[in-house]
Write a protein that binds this ligand. Structure first.
Ligand SMILES: [Fe+2]
Ligand SMILES: [Fe+2]
Length: 297
């Protein structure tokens, strides 16, 4: 197999996956856990950030890319995600779940390396990274990262596609980033199934407490995003503006909110399409987007 064929095969198998055993699967069962863990493990794309090619950009493109106000927040988000996922993984004793979580955290670490290579290749100036704190409650940290990714990835799908269509991102750069975006799709698919499985396998009397924790995570995320949108983080330091909310303005795309939401919904479906239909899909953010779309139409 030529190198190009191997890359194409890895790319196909990261996007298309069916569980080995046919038949119905009960959410919360051991078979369900095996299905979402195997999905993540089997669809891992073994690309190496060190060998990624960073295309030479024209002066205008270079200026456009380096002045995007997203790089600090992107690097810091990956750094925080990596630590939170790893911390939770180390607490999990179930061997299969542990293995899948370690892989998830390893992919976040790899995203950070990809970004650092990009920053280096194009001479992007970054703000000094803050010290990332180990979460006191590992489960909380994992849930915050999981639900955050459900929001951010949904919008990233649409923004990325739009930047690709308009040529805002040069084609070579789109190609380099494509696996990273699909990895986030796998992560939120994994997380949506984990949270459903986790709640179901709890004894019935502990489930309401878990649902309450989910609500607290959402409240935290909304509060955090309002803070970032104002340009301040929780410690009052200046941050990049919230990419998920204002990203389309920042990357200068002439896209109406309704069109962006439509594109996000289409892309979300497309990126989830190739995985076993018995796996649950993340539904909350797409549902909210559909509702918002109804009002802005
Ligand atoms: Fe990531
Ligand atoms: Fe992720």
């Amino acid at each position: 197999m030529s190198n190009q064929d191997a890359v194409a095969a890895a790319d196909y198998s990261m996007r298309n996956w069916l569980g080995a055993e046919p038949g119905r699967i009960k959410i919360g069962s051991d078979a369900h856990k095996q299905l979402f863990c195997r999905m993540l493990l089997d669809t891992h794309n073994p690309y190496k950030p060190a060998v990624l090619v960073w295309p030479k950009l024209s002066p205008e493109t270079l200026q456009r890319i380096t002045s995007l106000p997203i790089w600090d927040i992107a690097v810091q988000t990956e750094g925080r995600a990596m630590l939170r996922v790893e911390t939770y993984a180390n607490k999990v004793t179930d061997p299969m779940l542990h293995e899948a979580l370690i892989m998830d955290g390893g992919e976040e670490a790899r995203h950070k390396v990809v970004l650092s290579k990009l920053v280096e290749a194009y001479g992007i100036a970054l703000a000094p990274e803050p010290a990332y704190e180990v979460p006191k409650d590992p489960e909380w940290g994992w849930m915050v990262t999981g639900y955050s990714e459900c929001i951010d990835s949904f919008f990233a799908f649409g923004l990325f596609e739009s930047a690709k269509r308009t040529g805002y991102f040069p084609a070579e750069l789109v190609e380099t980033f494509e696996p990273v975006i699909q990895e986030e799709a796998r992560h939120i698919l994994f997380f949506a199934n984990w949270t459903a499985w986790y709640r179901r396998q709890l004894p019935w009397w502990r489930r309401p407490l878990y649902s309450l924790k989910v609500l607290r995570v959402w409240a935290f995320l909304i509060w955090e995003r309002i803070g970032i949108a104002k340009g301040l983080d929780s410690k009052g330091e200046m941050q990049d503006a919230n990419f998920a909310i204002t990203g389309h303005q920042q990357i200068g795309l002439d896209l109406k909110l309704g069109e962006l939401l439509e594109l996000c919904l289409v892309e979300d479906q497309r990126r989830m399409h190739g995985y076993d239909p018995r796996l649950l899909r993340p539904t909350f953010v797409p549902r909210m987007a559909r509702l918002a779309h109804f009002f802005v139409r």
